[in-house]
Design a protein. Sequence first.
Length: 273
Amino acid sequence: ECRPCAWFHKPQGCENGAECRHCHLCPDGEIRERRKTKVANLKKTAPAKGADADLDHALWQVQKQQEVMIAAAAWQVHQQQQLAYSAVAMAVAAQQQWEAAASPLAASGAFVGFGALSADCLGGLGASSPMSANDASPGAAAAASAAAAAAAMASMMPGSPQAVAAVAAASQAAATGLPSVGSAQHPGRCRPCAWFWKPQGCHNGQNCAHCHLCPEGELRDRRRAKETAMRMGAVLPIGKGGPASAGGSTPGASPTGASPRALKIAPILAQSS
């Protein structure tokens, strides 16, 4: 366990003499031999330490992958909940749009209320459902599809007013034969659906608050028409060079000046579409 003196076997010797704190009994070359032995031992143990390091790195990678997968699963659940809430909110908005037409539909018997949907109908529109057993018309198929979608919404939040409104909105859209709730304002005041003409289609189906009757490319044509109208000066912010800034008032403009549109855009949109 001693430490050989590096100067004892040299020509000049060790200047510390008896006070030297290193060993003067070790033979010449002991320091060199010990250094070689240490290097050899390090070379033998290096692969084992490298394997341990690789194992630790692999375990760390697995742990990180698990953390990423858990975070992705939690995000996916959150997104599904947000989509469910958005679908219910869209159904509630559609219900508000259809309130004016609900009374005549109910009086004529065409309105399918929440209470009229049986357990078999809500469970999957089986053979025991009167609608699937007797009706084979396209209107009946649309009503069945709307009821199934509404039942799915109702199962998310059973017994809530939002679920009842979702079923009512889907039933009203099916009774009128429209492909979506937002198609009621077609043409002119509707808002084209951006997903209906895509390969994956519109996941909201008949409960979509946008129009499914507009032709493909209608959304792009309206956007181009709006840009053209803005370049021509037909669309101007209120108070920035428009008719209202010249002392007059634009018909239909908001008294607070919050509306950025002028009525001149309507003929341009009509010609473009």
